[in-house]
Unconditional design. Structure first.
Length: 278
């Protein structure tokens, strides 16, 4: 599943052009076609949704957690790519749909934005209240509010393993399996450590590691981890993720893989020691 760096890369491309094709910011919507009824979440039919959005402009495009947000004069369009969603902006010249196209936004200037989703898990919401979809999300890890002190306060009393907390979107929004593993390695924290056992110093280090890892991944356009997202280069810099049996880049100890919260988890047993007191 695309995580924060991949979604941020897509948002920047939608604004300025790039991997998704031509920029879509400020384009006027002519109509919307939905080819899979489960893709669109709207209080009405897809035809009513198209009529409602017709004539509106994409005034702003940004990201909240792993959601892409389009703001128009009339409504908000929220997209979650889930496992295999993808977006592309192309000429609306009557060419055939690509396999797995689920929803199409047609623009008045002869372009179109296609939402393609092989596994059909992705969703598109059209709503006048984005908080009805996003209200349960936690803090943005790239925001000024996300500090070491904030992390220490919000880990107090949480007995769950630290990796499961990092993956909890109601606590910190946008971190997934890849960047949790890489951040914990950078901070030298075992993924099974109880979150409440982290010291203030460790929380400050973990906060810095999360920020550094995410920011560097964004610089690399995220990670190309399978056929669903091919735009990134950060996978070439993985230090533990998907490197089971390979030497740790710091100490040379073979990377191990365990299951934490039903997720495959990679770490260095020498650099990330699980204290017996935990």
């Amino acid at each position: 599943m695309p995580e924060l760096p991949e979604v941020e890369t897509i948002v920047r491309s939608l604004r300025s052009g790039g991997m998704t094709g031509d920029p879509v910011l400020n384009r006027q919507i002519r109509s919307v076609d939905c080819f899979n009824p489960k893709t669109l979440i709207f209080d009405g039919s897809s035809e009513q949704c198209s009529e409602l959005l017709s004539g509106s402009h994409l005034l702003n495009i940004d990201r909240r957690a792993k959601y892409i947000r389009f703001q128009t004069e009339k409504q908000w369009i929220l997209i979650h790519l889930r496992m295999s969603g993808d977006l592309r902006c192309e000429a609306d010249n009557g060419s055939a749909l690509q396999p797995h196209d689920r929803l199409m936004i047609h623009f008045s200037d002869g372009m179109r934005l296609a939402f393609n989703d092989v596994r059909k898990f992705g969703r598109v919401w059209v709503t006048n209240d984005p908080d009805s979809v996003l209200a349960g999300l936690g803090i943005e890890p790239l925001s000024d509010e996300f500090t070491g002190d904030w992390l220490f306060r919000h880990l107090e009393g949480r007995s769950r393993m630290i990796k499961t907390v990092l993956l909890d979107q109601s606590v910190i929004a946008g971190i997934g399996n890849i960047y949790a593993d890489e951040s914990l390695f950078d901070a030298g924290i075992h993924p099974k450590r109880p979150a409440s056992g982290l010291t203030e110093k460790e929380c400050r280090k973990l906060r810095d590691s999360i920020r550094k890892t995410l920011e560097h991944a964004i610089e690399q356009n995220g990670s190309s981890f399978d056929w669903a997202y091919k735009g990134g280069h950060f996978q070439n810099e993985f230090r533990v993720y998907h490197r089971k049996g390979e030497p740790c880049p710091v100490c040379g100890t073979p990377i191990e893989r365990i299951i934490v919260g039903q997720r495959g988890t990679h770490f260095c047993p020498h650099c990330q020691v699980l204290d017996v007191r935990d």
